[in-house]
Design a protein around this ligand. Structure first.
Ligand SMILES: [Zn+2]
Length: 312
């Protein structure tokens, strides 16, 4: 019993150290779980992912820590794990935060510890991120209905384009060629109704359009997300040659500041209020509204926001 209290006390001291005071995987404050296989302190959510990976986890406060396991945590910890497992994370690779969706957080943990993609070995990062070209099939929501249809997508970093084809009619040429310039990708599992749902937004003349896609494989959809980010990063490097990584990385992709239903009336305020889906986008300072969550925009309100909106 003496050791039980002593070891717990040592662990509670360890987790207060600067490097350990945030979850090794998502940065959440005050982690109170630890993987005694990897030697990292993690939050409750990430501990669940580690457990499903058969990485052994214990609660710092509730579980019994044997001497050797406590010593292991003492000699390892978040900083030394980061030096090994995050040695070669590409600058464009998305590092999930605590509020990100499960697929992003789970794949980050798998990429790091299970596939060891970032240890700087020659095999990794996977060739898909570095060749400047990626193609594959994604399920895309059809325009007229709510069905998802399998479509071929091709990402070219050389052309800075994302192209997709109608599967049956590939010979007829692409259905759309989308410029990487104004493209954004963001995970929207609830909105799209699939845990791997990805929203791709782009400019088409004066309109902002969205594609809603997913892939059955969590690894594959996160790869798509990161190859899009790799292409966006390459584009930004070309467009802003003097931009530092610090400036460019936040511009690669973004999540919207706020989304949700509000009721709106017409300009004369005589029409009955109607429920509309609003999106506030910080990057181009626009407020969009849609008839429904997944529909084409009814309008975008930009000028009114130019001044009044602080985008931080
Ligand atoms: Zn975490």
């Amino acid at each position: 019993m003496a050791n039980r209290e002593r070891n717990k006390k040592i662990l509670l001291e360890l987790v207060k150290q600067a490097d350990n005071s945030r979850c090794a995987d998502c940065g959440a404050p005050d982690p109170d779980w630890a993987s005694y296989k990897l030697g990292v302190f993690v939050c409750l959510n990430c501990s669940g992912i580690h457990r499903s990976l058969s990485s052994r986890v214990k609660s710092i406060k509730l579980d019994f820590w044997e001497d050797d396991l406590m010593e292991f945590m003492k000699t390892n910890g978040n900083a030394s794990a980061r030096a090994l497992y995050e040695k070669a994370v590409p600058p464009y690779y998305y590092r999930p935060q605590e509020n990100d969706c499960v697929v992003l957080r789970e794949q980050w943990i798998r990429a790091k510890y299970e596939r060891m993609e970032f240890t700087g070995e020659t095999k990794y990062p996977p060739i898909s991120y570095t060749t400047g070209f990626y193609e594959g099939m994604l399920w895309k929501k059809g325009k007229e209905n709510t069905h998802f249809l399998k479509r071929k997508f091709v990402l070219s970093e050389r052309e800075f384009t994302l192209t997709y084809y109608n599967k049956e009619n590939e010979s007829k040429g692409p259905k759309a060629v989308i410029s990487i310039k104004d493209l954004n990708a963001t995970f929207q599992p609830e909105k799209i109704g699939h845990p791997h749902g990805l929203q791709i937004t782009y400019q088409d003349d004066d309109h902002t359009r969205s594609l809603y896609v997913y892939h059955e494989s969590p690894e594959e959809i996160v790869t798509w997300y990161n190859v899009i980010r790799a292409a966006r990063y390459a584009y930004l490097k070309t467009a802003y040659p003097t931009g530092s990584d610090e400036e460019l990385i936040p511009k690669i992709t973004r999540t919207y500041l706020k989304e949700g239903y509000m009721e709106k009336t017409g300009p004369l305020q005589k029409e009955p209020f109607k429920k509309r889906w609003f999106i506030l986008d910080s990057e181009n300072r626009k407020l969009f509204y849609f008839k429904g969550q997944l529909l084409k925009p009814a309008s975008s309100i930009k000028n009114e926001l130019q001044r009044g909106l602080s985008t931080g």
